[in-house]
Design a protein around this ligand. Sequence first.
Ligand code: UD1
Ligand code: CA
Length: 457
Amino acid sequence: MTLAAVVLAAGKGTRMKSGQPKVLFPLGGQPMLGHVLDTLAACRVEKVVVVAGHGLQQVAAYVGERAQVVCQEQQLGTAHALLMAGSALEGFAGDILVLCGDTPLIRPGTLEQLVQEHRRQQAAATVLTAQLADPTGYGRVIREADGRVSRIVEQKDATADELAVKEINTGLYCLRSTGLFAALKEIRPQNAQGEYYLTDIIGLYVGRGERVAALSCADPAEVAGINDRWQLAQAERTYRLRRLEELAKSGVTVLDPEHTYIEVDVTVGPDTVLLPGTYLARGTRIGRGCTIGPNSYLRAAVLGDDVQVCYAVVEESYLGNSCTVGPFAYIRPGCRLADQVKVGDFVELKKATVGMGSKIPHLSYVGDATVGSGVNIGAGTITCNYDGKNKWPTVIEDGAFIGSNTNLVAPVTVGAGAVTGAGSTITKDVPAGALAVERAKQKIVPDWKKKGGQGGE
Ligand code: UD1
Ligand code: CA
């Protein structure tokens, strides 16, 4: 039996109070819709159709080749939305999973169970339900005395007794394709919201004597529907705790899960310690035995093993084994640090390659630079890489020693083993092994005070 999926994603998301389509709001750094598509990719689904409407262009651009996008021009309700997928699924004979773009935490295993239960029961429709301590806002699942599902009632249409029901409709279903689209056309918008409710398919099927089943999702957090930003915040918390738990179980120490943040596409090796205030954004790869934080932000940062990053920001850069960064360092995109590099406090690096064991311990800006190995860069060193029009490169070769407060006016090269005197403004290349000093000679005026001198000269 084949399986297709339809993701309902056309709604405006009025309760988000935003111009951005709701399903493109990020969760763990990735649009909610992306999570749903990832989950479907993990299931064996033959064809995926996304119903888009509000923000169609944006949604279609985001979905790209991952699914067929169909348009629901007017958002007349979830039944109407599913109907729009009809032509895309013409000739498809199998089961159809219906998901919502605003229910991003659903796991592949749960969808597989839903399909299994649907097939085991040979049902025309199987609804995924959940027991919620606070069911407010969700549709309620109404059952007969014998336990069989009879219908779903929306919050806004429910009686006081129905509102007391704690079993909710997750908005996720497995539906037999045969007869589905014909049945959808029979649904009428006779309800408080004047919408075509997909939920009405349940009562409709039951009324016709078709088999309707229900599966209760064990973890209610998985089926949270996100309608407003507060629910998004709760989902973000669920997502990150889920990811941090996986990391902890794989050998990562997470000191304070409530204050550690993680996005999609992040890996962390065992024996790494994540200290509070760590934010690991997309594309970050951390090796083994590292210590990250407290209070550090890493985005698309690739770290070897035994790296320490403390109160620092690292973006789109590579840090070799045993590097130490911070406190208060800023590694901007395009940096590549070999092993055992030290980047200390109040140091900013941009498009810098730094060789093995080199040290930039304090108060420096190194940009558009190639620094060799075993280099020591004194406090206050600045690469003057920008002349107001162009960016120019600085090269500091192996073993060079840059005196404190040196200005390196690029383009400039300091040769291997060369030294620059503290306070020098270096405008010409320094040959290997040479000393370059550029500063006025110190003048001494003896007994200045006795002669009545005040302040400076
Ligand atoms: C819906 C269910 C409710 C369930 C809840 C679970 C209906 C009538 N109600 O309510 O029983 O408890 O989800 O989260 O189905 N959409 C469209 N086109 C439309 C309307 C909606 O594509 O015309 C999409 C939305 O983008 C969203 C999904 O369908 O992804 C659900 O719509 P939403 O308005 O959020 O429904 P709920 O009120 O949450
Ligand atoms: Ca919803």
